[in-house]
Design a protein. Structure first.
Length: 349
């Protein structure tokens, strides 16, 4: 089919229910295609949404979640989807995807954006090279929580068990733990030399996702030492924001945290564990996930650059940010926490 029988309109013209119904019908839809993520991003960062809808004979045949980003460091660009692992178009056929992309190109020219970044699991635009920057790590879970430990390779399994056996640790879940999780997360981000997202983003996601989001902490002798904000989409669990207190000298603490999170996922009825994306050049986390028996899968990220422009360089591993990252690790938390929350509007994950 040609693009001529396809009409591109907006979310506002069809309403939330129609968007949700279409996304629910698509097996390739992700958590980040949902409107809860849209609302949390708008509320927390103030970015302008362009949520596009494709119609054929009045029926929804495709959608594309998109945000307009105005960055202090990279100027204006369009992104599907900010602060997210996945994005890009959902469509009934390639002609629909093409129509959505062409309309996105028109918007980019209209708002003078430098590029359109699509974070799709699979490539969205034929003959456009992949960025080859990130890999996903996805694995099937056992049906019984007690079998989770056996699925973890020997060395990582031993570290998780040692943490449990040699320390007074406990694993807790509850929305009321969100502040503890964010404290641990923002501490880890300072240590890594990266700005943290604001606490309001965490609380907004928990509020909007309800039982499909979980704040979780590991306590050592009653004190929070590791935390996760994790999500459930359909039957897939996603540990998403993590933090560890570097002052807690507990061998295997992170292994224990993810072991317990996998047990939680199975108990919630999940059959798949999405360990999240990792930059290919970020060898520490990349190899850690492989140590848990997960193998990398290159993501189909693509950047459509507008004529006369260059793609922005916001990659944390870029040499241009090296000095700033080193300096960040030496700043006190009362400085990095509010400053990181402000800067993160310009660095959309």
């Amino acid at each position: 089919m040609s693009n001529r029988d396809i009409q591109i309109t907006s979310l506002e013209s069809i309403g939330d229910d129609a968007w949700n119904a279409y996304a629910s019908s698509r097996p390739d839809a992700t958590l980040f295609h949902g409107l809860a993520w849209k609302a949390a991003v708008q509320e927390s960062f103030g970015h302008r949404p362009w949520y596009l809808v494709a119609l054929r004979d009045g029926a929804v045949v495709g959608v594309l979640p998109l945000f307009e980003i105005q960055s202090l460091f990279a100027g204006r660009f369009l992104l599907s989807v900010p602060y997210a692992t996945y994005g890009g178009p959902l469509s009934d056929d390639p002609a629909v995807s093409s129509a959505l992309i062409e309309h996105t190109r028109t918007i980019a020219i209209r708002v003078r954006a430098s590029c359109v970044e699509l974070r799709s699991m699979e490539p969205s635009i034929e003959n456009l090279p992949l960025r080859e920057s990130h890999a996903a790590f996805i694995r099937t879970l056992p049906s019984n929580a007690d079998d989770v430990l056996a699925m973890i390779p020997r060395k990582a399994r031993a570290a998780a068990r040692r943490c449990e056996e040699r320390n007074t640790v406990s694993f807790e879940t509850g929305h009321e733990l969100v502040a503890d999780v964010w404290d641990l997360y923002s501490r880890s981000m300072r240590r890594l030399g990266s700005p943290n997202y604001p606490l309001r983003f965490f609380t907004s996601l928990l509020e909007r996702l309800g039982d499909n989001a979980a704040a979780q902490v590991v306590r050592h002798e009653g004190r929070p030492v590791a935390g996760l904000l994790s999500f459930v989409h359909r039957k897939t669990a996603m540990p998403y924001f993590v933090g560890v207190d570097e002052r807690a000298d507990l061998y295997g603490l992170t292994n224990y945290l993810y072991w317990q999170n996998m047990r939680f996922a199975v108990q919630r009825g999940c059959d798949t564990y999405d360990f999240g994306r990792t930059r290919i050049d970020n060898t520490g986390p990349f190899e850690f996930k492989r140590s848990f028996g997960f193998e990398p899968r290159l993501l189909g990220y693509q950047t459509l650059v507008m004529p006369g422009h260059r793609a922005p360089d916001l990659a944390p591993g870029s040499p241009k940010w090296a000095a700033a990252r080193r300096a960040w690790t030496h700043l006190p938390l009362p400085v990095t926490r509010p400053l990181g929350a402000w800067l993160s509007k310009s660095i959309p994950g």
